[in-house]
Design a protein around this ligand. Structure first.
Ligand SMILES: *[C@@H]1O[C@H](CO)[C@@H](O)[C@H](O)[C@H]1NC(C)=O
Ligand SMILES: *[C@@H]1O[C@H](CO)[C@@H](O)[C@H](O)[C@H]1NC(C)=O
Ligand SMILES: *[C@@H]1O[C@H](CO)[C@@H](O)[C@H](O)[C@H]1NC(C)=O
Ligand SMILES: *[C@@H]1O[C@H](CO)[C@@H](O)[C@H](O)[C@H]1NC(C)=O
Ligand SMILES: *[C@@H]1O[C@H](CO)[C@@H](O)[C@H](O)[C@H]1NC(C)=O
Ligand SMILES: *[C@@H]1O[C@H](CO)[C@@H](O)[C@H](O)[C@H]1NC(C)=O
Length: 510
């Protein structure tokens, strides 16, 4: 009853005005390394300022810690098991169903939609066209300098150039004298100023940083002096971690500066001083994109624009001895989510309820009333437009009214492996579909993260829960860093049994 009342109040608010615009900002590999998430290493004044007039979700999780699966899941509001995408190499419209995307629904309902930078993952997974002609009203924009991503443009101390992981640069000495995210920011500002103002817009801006390589204007290092950078306290593998859970960060090993360190595969540690430099470069990359986001937000009228800021997944900066995504660790799956809603966001409203990236689509539909609220996707029937998430509008309204927030009792994420041990061939960080033999299914509740690594058949996309390669159980209340795997503890077997049961049932039964 109360919820209905809140909903009506919201409708009155939105209906008394013309259609809100939507600015959707998605970062690449950004964990909540932001001051507004109380990360003391971060310097992010622009995002912090935006968050002061927004809903700030503290417990949002990606459905898989890899770019293409996470983005296609978020943009269609379906989980990787429904999109059948765990790698980079299939396009859902050709393989599973003609699923509607967030921008597509806005485009079909009177919005002008535009994509700048990396919104869809480029390549096969968006049909080499960012899902054109379905999702966007005009040709998506890609920065010309992105093609230099893996070029030898990072200066070494001796003046030579390499393809380094850590790559602070002087922008005017770079090819075309600019960097991808600077180009994307210019295009966003151009769009916001020159757009046809008769239509509301859905503008998606996908910035490339802080994804590796950490290429950013060198001046951002000033905000992060090396002597202020600490080593993560938990830079060791969790005790009793099954090896299948480990990702050997194959991508950073390929960069010239890391190659030089001759680190043993798969567990060899990175020396302390290099950990500090990686951490410094990650946080400097965040300060760099924060600056660009500030420039974009300066052009936006927050009284008529919904702003969403999030990321496809996180990145481990040395926690558990890991440097990357490619896992079910919190560092890889936990993402920032900040939503500004005109007339509703007067100050910062922090929401602790468990939420997931699949929740964004139904939320944006409810916030804009662009179409009928999305229905929950039925089992075994493929509807083009439906959701495997849940609208966040009710929890947002409950939070504004300072009501007790219910939310979900659990959220889900998953990661595939080609076998039980870390390998270079096949690359166990990024197995291609036909090599996937094991799926790590994770459920995060208010108290635990429970993960089970089970046999997986890539031909029919089914898990065999009888064949278990590893279990993980972390008590997030006493061990929020996930340093101790408790899955084998005798006294906790009742919990393990209960959590396994819930995990197998999955998101539909939460
Ligand atoms: C997929 O959906 C789009 C948009 O509704 C439609 O134009 C297209 O014909 C559909 N394709 C198929 C194969 O049904
Ligand atoms: C994907 O792109 C190819 C080549 O441009 C095109 O022939 C095909 O129709 C596209 N798929 C869909 C579902 O639009
Ligand atoms: C703006 O869009 C409207 C609606 O699509 C159209 O009628 C009008 O011609 C456009 N104006 C310009 C200047 O393109
Ligand atoms: C570095 O740490 C010192 C000592 O805590 C502090 O005074 C200074 O402001 C820090 N510098 C930056 C740029 O954060
Ligand atoms: C790299 O490390 C291996 C063993 O970890 C060692 O045998 C080899 O000599 C090292 N190579 C260099 C160039 O340091
Ligand atoms: C998937 O394939 C495996 C191996 O052929 C088989 O054992 C299993 O029953 C199949 N599952 C489904 C749901 O078809």
């Amino acid at each position: 009853m109360f919820k209905v009342l809140l909903y009506i109040i919201y409708l009155i608010h939105v209906c008394d005005s013309s259609k809100n615009n939507v600015l959707f900002i998605i970062l690449d590999d950004l964990r909540p390394a932001l001051s507004c998430y109380k990360d003391d290493n971060a310097y992010s004044p622009n995002i912090d300022k935006m968050s002061s007039q927004s809903f700030l979700f503290k417990s949002t999780y990606a459905q898989q810690a890899l770019c293409a699966p996470s983005r296609n899941s978020l943009l269609t509001s379906r989980r990787p098991d429904s999109v059948h995408l765990y790698d980079f190499y299939s396009y859902w419209r050709d393989t599973v169903g003609n699923f509607t995307t967030i921008p597509q629904l806005f485009k079909e309902n009177g919005y002008h939609t535009h994509s700048i930078g990396k919104v869809f993952h480029p390549g096969i997974s968006s049909n080499f066209s960012d899902d054109q002609p379905y999702s966007w009203s005009e040709t998506p924009f890609h920065p010309a300098t992105f093609k230099f991503k893996n070029a030898k443009v990072c200066p070494n101390n001796d003046g030579t150039l390499s393809t380094n992981l850590i790559c602070p640069v002087i922008t005017r000495f770079q090819p075309l004298k600019t960097l991808p995210d600077i180009e994307s920011t210019k295009e966003a500002i151009r769009f916001l100023n020159e757009r046809n103002k008769t239509l509301p817009f859905f503008l998606a801006v996908g910035l490339h940083k802080p994804h590796i390589p950490f290429k950013f204007p060198v001046s951002y290092l000033d905000f992060h002096p090396l002597e202020n950078i600490s080593i993560p306290v938990n830079r060791f593998r969790p005790s009793l971690l099954p090896e299948v859970a480990w990702n050997p960060w194959t991508d950073i090993r390929l960069r010239d500066d890391i190659k030089k360190l001759n680190i043993s595969f798969p567990f060899g540690p990175i020396p302390d001083n290099d950990i500090k430099k990686i951490k410094q470069a990650y946080y400097a990359s965040v300060t760099y994109v924060d600056d660009l986001i500030g420039q974009i937000l300066n052009e936006v009228n927050l009284e008529e624009t919904i702003v969403v800021l999030t990321s496809d997944h996180g990145w481990s900066i040395g926690q558990h001895g890991e440097f990357s995504k490619f896992s079910n660790f919190m560092e890889a799956t936990h993402v920032p989510l900040i939503i500004h809603v005109p007339k509703l966001s007067h100050n910062k409203v922090v929401i602790h309820a468990l939420t997931e990236l699949v929740d964004l689509f139904p939320t944006l539909v409810d916030l804009t009333q662009v179409a009928e609220p999305l229905t929950k996707c039925p089992k075994n029937i493929k509807l083009n437009t439906c959701t495997e998430g849940r609208s966040l509008l009710p929890v947002m309204l409950e939070a504004v009214e300072k009501q007790k927030i219910k939310g979900k009792s659990a959220v889900f994420t998953q990661y595939p492996r080609p076998g039980p041990y870390p390998t270079l061939k096949p690359n166990s960080d990024k197995p291609i579909l036909r090599d996937i033999k094991i799926m790590g299914y994770s459920m995060i509740t208010r108290r635990f993260r429970y993960t089970e690594w089970v046999d997986f058949n890539p031909d029919n996309f089914t898990a065999n829960w009888e064949k278990v390669h590893g279990r993980e159980l972390y008590d997030l209340v006493v061990d929020p860093q996930e340093n101790m795997n408790l899955a084998g503890r005798d006294e906790l077997q009742k919990w393990v049994k209960y959590l396994k049961h819930k995990l197998k049932l999955g998101w539909r039964y939460i």
